[in-house]
Design a protein around this ligand. Sequence first.
Ligand SMILES: Cc1cc2nc3c(=O)[nH]c(=O)nc-3n(C[C@H](O)[C@H](O)[C@H](O)COP(=O)(O)OP(=O)(O)OC[C@H]3O[C@@H](n4cnc5c(N)ncnc54)[C@H](O)[C@@H]3O)c2cc1C
Length: 406
Amino acid sequence: MGSIQILGAGECGLPLAHRLLRGGLPVTLVAARDAASVLDGTVTSTQLKFPRTLDLEADAGLGHWRARAPEIRGIRLAMVMEGQRVLGWSGRLSRPAQSVDQRTVFARWLTDYVDAGGELEIADPSTAELERRAARADLTVVTRASAELAAYFPVDPGWPAPGEPARRLAVFYLDGVAADPDGYGMYVSLPGLGEVISYPGFTGAPGQERCCEMLLIEALPGGPLDAFGMYESPAERWRRAVRLLGETLPADLADRYRAAELTDGGAVAVGGVTPTVRRPVGVLPSGQPILGGGDVVCRMDPGGAQGANNAAHCAADYASAILAGPAGPFDRTWMEAAAAPWLTGTAHPAARWTDAVLAPPAELQQLLMAAQGDPALANAFADTFARPADLSRLLALGAETSQQVG
Ligand SMILES: Cc1cc2nc3c(=O)[nH]c(=O)nc-3n(C[C@H](O)[C@H](O)[C@H](O)COP(=O)(O)OP(=O)(O)OC[C@H]3O[C@@H](n4cnc5c(N)ncnc54)[C@H](O)[C@@H]3O)c2cc1C
């Protein structure tokens, strides 16, 4: 039986470690931070998870919040120009989504893992140290990578590599936001400016979680929404956000946020994600192959709400491959084969969907318009967020609808 080390304790590394431990394999999880410092940190995501992801977590004994976190039952989409709605519809998800603060989730899963007898090391190994560790282990899975380590995973030439974020991001976790009457999430497209996305979520230390609203501003770089300085205080950023929402959203939407307050001192994050699709097998300078997972291999802008879902599917697929042949050998050929189902079934469709959502091609734009008068199309659009591999089915449905209208 092989020894397996997993670098990174997030959406991919933690469920993978749990699944292997439950399968009786010796596994070492190497995390940069312990549960207490994860909880003390700032928010890292808005992590909306779709039902198939929530099912995977429940199957692995990790779905602690399913009965308690608020349900996100659908998507209320609006296109807004100069403060006026030019398009609007609501699509119901076949089954609800949920979003639980990654600080809450990672802290709880780390504690569960140690309580279940898992070996945890708090370390941030250099590449040289990782080389030494990888030489001792039968398999090393990398789910968190510095720029130097990520560079050992070749960029997949089949995918665009823009080299910079498509959006500048600002995240706020809020108390006191007026709730959507149907428990829907809000997706506002602001042509020329970016997007404003918001939905109910769950935050707080494990055992003391409470409902909140999670707001993500996706700003086109250099545009008016790209306004959050790196050195402003959380309160200053939130004041600026309220002003921007007032200036860009219709009054009924902006008013939802007027009385809101940040949930805690770590409730704000700003930054950007450079989308990159890499090959799943990295080779260290010594020639040692390592298997990449989650964002290390497929990093997407959050506008498509895919990364955390993608990472959870990666963990489940990798665990199945490892548990199917726990003795290895976990060589390069095995790694390529282990990653293939995840790449083709989940990661690549998710990356395509994210690109389509951020810059809709003509056929998707037509479909977005048609969904306004067609609830079935609106529901199908919502469900494609949950299953991006169905994008071609959605486009076919859109084409059928426009033919009928024509
Ligand atoms: C603003 C934003 C919103 C998002 N919204 C969504 C969404 O709605 N739906 C969705 O599916 N995906 C969303 N994502 C993407 C999703 O969060 C990531 O794709 C997912 O967490 C990747 O999982 P992973 O295991 O590869 O890496 P991670 O979950 O990042 O884990 C890697 C490791 O890095 C550690 N780590 C992370 N941040 C830090 C830090 N600041 N300091 C030290 N260590 C750290 C983690 O604890 C972990 O050990 C969003 C991302 C961002 C930035």
